[in-house]
Design a protein around this ligand. Structure first.
Ligand code: SAM
Length: 284
């Protein structure tokens, strides 16, 4: 069955009495070129285990299962489970789990389903959970080697802009600390059914062996959040009001780290963040 063929999709959805849920970010891929490219980027070797989020009717799942050793897909919408059982009936290396990616026990799922395997994440993410999903995977230190994700194009550009560049934001700095982000390719809105209001893009986040910021690693996310909380202001002023501390504390830190006190958050490079975090970790 061609899972990007609109006629066939409509037929199977109708047979199962399925209607799209906007709240669950259900925009299914109908451009046949996209899933093979995503799967190719995610499956770096054949022995890999892939954790997929939100398989929908299985269009990406199918491509992943042709390239990976095993695929486990978490789908929140229980109405899609019988559809997936039908569309993926020929794929014996796929397991579907009817759970919410934001609340499921991901450590146990990985341990149980991928023993001794290298694991990567791949997903056409519902937009409403993009940031929480990425932060969950990174903050909980899940044993994964990369994430290939379809996200809103604007978000993709922001997250692949390194700290110290104009488009970077608080989340870019946190992600950059533990990942090497790559913007892979754009996907136009007409590639989905129903068509969303914005274009998308695929990014790859490859996890670093160790984070850039090691000394002061607890403080770093708060510093980034504080500096970007008022991104039009000088970073020292934003930090001073965020931490409710005298501005001189931050001016001193910036000077010690050879950074001008007049910079805004977006101009602070990853190396600067590493130095500031280390310096302030014993002083805040
Ligand atoms: N992978 C399919 C594709 O590319 O056509 C569907 C992608 S669609 C953008 C997002 C999918 O994620 C939907 O199937 C939706 O039901 C599912 N989903 C939404 N919220 C979820 C959550 N919290 N946990 C797991 N799946 C979720």
């Amino acid at each position: 069955m061609a899972l990007t063929d609109i006629g066939q999709i409509k037929d199977i959805l109708q047979r199962h009495g399925f209607s799209f849920s906007k709240a669950l970010g259900q925009n299914f891929l109908i451009n046949p070129g996209v899933c093979p490219k995503m799967a190719e980027s995610a499956c770096e070797d054949e022995g890999l285990g892939i954790l997929e989020i939100g398989p929908g009717i299985g269009v990406l799942t199918e491509q992943l299962s042709m390239r990976a050793k095993k695929v486990v897909s978490l789908e929140l919408d229980k109405r899609l489970i019988p559809i997936l059982n039908e569309t993926l009936s020929q794929r014996d290396n796929v397991t579907i789990i009817n759970e919410d990616v934001l609340t499921s026990d991901l450590h146990s799922i990985i341990r149980e389903h991928f023993p001794g395997m290298r694991v990567s994440v791949c997903a056409n993410l519902p937009y409403y959970i993009t940031t929480p999903v990425i932060m969950r995977f990174l903050e909980e230190k899940l044993p994964i080697s990369s994430m290939v994700l379809m996200v809103q194009k604007e978000f993709a550009l922001r997250i692949s802009s390194p700290p110290g560049t104009r488009d970077c934001g608080a989340i870019s700095a946190s992600v950059f600390n533990v990942c090497n982000p790559q913007y892979l390719f754009e996907v136009k809105r007409g590639s989905f059914m129903p068509m969303p209001n914005v274009d998308s893009a695929v990014i790859k986040l490859k996890l670093r062996d160790k984070p850039v910021v090691e000394e002061g690693s607890e403080l770093f996310p708060k510093l980034v959040r504080g500096a970007f909380s008022q991104r039009r202001k000088k970073a020292v002023n934003a930090l001073s009001s965020f931490f409710n501390k005298d501005k001189a504390v931050f001016e001193r830190a910036f000077e010690e780290c050879n950074l001008s006190c007049s910079v805004r958050a977006e101009a602070i490079s990853m190396e600067n963040w590493r130095d500031i975090s280390a310096y302030l970790s014993t002083r805040l």
